[in-house]
Design a protein around this ligand. Structure first.
Ligand SMILES: [Zn+2]
Length: 393
């Protein structure tokens, strides 16, 4: 079944026209629009990178950043796919014909916010507790993606995270840039990764440096993957799936990374505020999508003393002040009707929604049948003055 049908979840009598642009939708989701010569240049850069001094690496990446402003997908917001999804639905609606669909999120939530952390080094591990404390203050729980064979992970740390309601995920294998070197290496490492996933009770995967290959990844032993940015021209593998909603890659639920990476914003682009995050969250809220952020504990300057003066004094190479992170949490916490969720719960919900159908009772009233019946809601797609309106009543 086409991804657009699975996205809209209309009653089956109405969804046939959604199959029409299957290839175009997949071209974006699976990044088939990409230009190969650019990726060759980048491969050369990343092969040489370990030999370059840190300052030169940053300055080269900053210089490249100036050239990506006109690239596709546009950054930080690329509306093309989300507009296309709405355009196709609109053209399939008949005048005065309201079509029911299964609302995107449980409990009629307007949009979703998800925090993930990739722990790059031992130093990042040391910041887990302090960051969790801050998140608890705002009542938002996060997921921690750890690298199985790069640093030693104290089982006590994992137990505490899980006991306190946080999630643990897997971040590659050694984080050495070699996971995707060949299919053979990928499959061999994935077998070892699976053992760690079982041991750590991890159901989610994040690839290092957002390296990705949808053909290799579709059967990995995880409930979800979160390695595809919606748009990110600054990553070693630039591009993106354009989607601000989950989608399926084979058996896998993909949870796209939809907010800019902290390292890109504060180190490469040298932003001194979180305006880019706020702008993107506002758009995602308007589109009822999912804002999913990666925050690296390694790059946050964590200080026990929270006075702003002390923090900026303490900033060292490659780090940004924790007040930016707190401001992000405050910003989303002030939004109304947002679902603050762990990634595994978003992935599980997306599967439940996918397995459910709209049926009609004998009076013609729609209802949800299937695993989303309990928490899901019926919404309506309507044409109002030739505009598409999605509403829950
Ligand atoms: Zn990483």
């Amino acid at each position: 079944m086409g991804e657009l049908k699975r996205f809209w979840k209309l009653a089956t009598d109405f969804d046939a026209p959604l199959e029409n642009c299957k290839e175009e939708i997949e071209k974006f989701l699976l990044e088939r629009y990409k230009n190969k010569s650019n990726s060759r240049m980048l491969k050369i850069y990343y092969a040489l990178k370990p030999l370059l001094p840190w300052r030169l690496q940053i300055s080269l990446r900053r210089r490249r950043a100036k050239f990506v402003q006109d690239s596709f997908p546009h950054w930080p917001i690329e509306e093309k796919l989300e507009n296309l999804k709405r355009k196709v639905l609109k053209s399939s609606l008949k005048k005065d014909n309201n079509t029911p669909f299964i609302w995107f999120w449980p409990h009629e939530k307007k949009f979703t916010f998800v925090i993930t952390h990739d722990v790059e080094t031992q130093k990042g591990l040391a910041n887990i507790e302090r960051i969790c404390e801050i998140e608890k203050k705002y009542g938002i729980k996060s997921s921690w993606n750890l690298v199985p064979e790069r640093y030693s992970v104290d089982p006590g740390v994992l137990d505490k995270l899980i006991r306190e309601g946080f999630e643990v995920g897997i971040h590659g294998f050694k984080h050495d840039g070699k996971l995707f070197n060949s299919r053979k290496i990928f499959d061999e490492r994935m077998k070892k990764i699976e053992k760690y996933a079982l041991e750590w009770d991890a159901v989610g995967f994040r690839s290092p440096a957002t390296h990705r290959n949808h053909e290799w990844m579709r059967n990995i032993p995880f409930e979800y993957d979160s390695s595809f940015p919606d748009t990110d021209p600054y990553e070693p593998q630039p591009g993106g799936c354009l989607s601000i909603f989950p989608f399926f890659i084979g058996n896998l639920v993909e949870l796209p990374i939809t907010l800019a990476q902290d390292h890109t914003l504060f180190e490469i682009l040298e932003y001194k505020d979180i305006s880019i995050w706020k702008q993107k969250i506002d758009w995602i809220e308007k589109m009822n999508g999912m804002a999913l952020v990666i925050v690296h504990p390694d790059y946050i300057e964590v200080s026990r003393k929270d006075s702003p003066g002390e923090i900026s004094f303490a900033i060292s190479r490659g780090k940004y002040p924790i007040k930016y992170y707190e401001e992000l949490l405050r910003y989303v916490k002030n939004k109304s009707n947002c679902w603050y969720s762990l990634p595994r719960n978003v992935a599980r919900w997306w599967r439940k929604r996918d397995k459910s159908e709209i049926r009609f009772n004998k009076n013609g009233k729609p209802y949800i049948e299937g695993p989303a019946a309990k928490d899901g809601a019926i919404a309506w797609a309507k044409l109002v003055n030739d505009r598409l309106v999605l509403s829950q009543v």
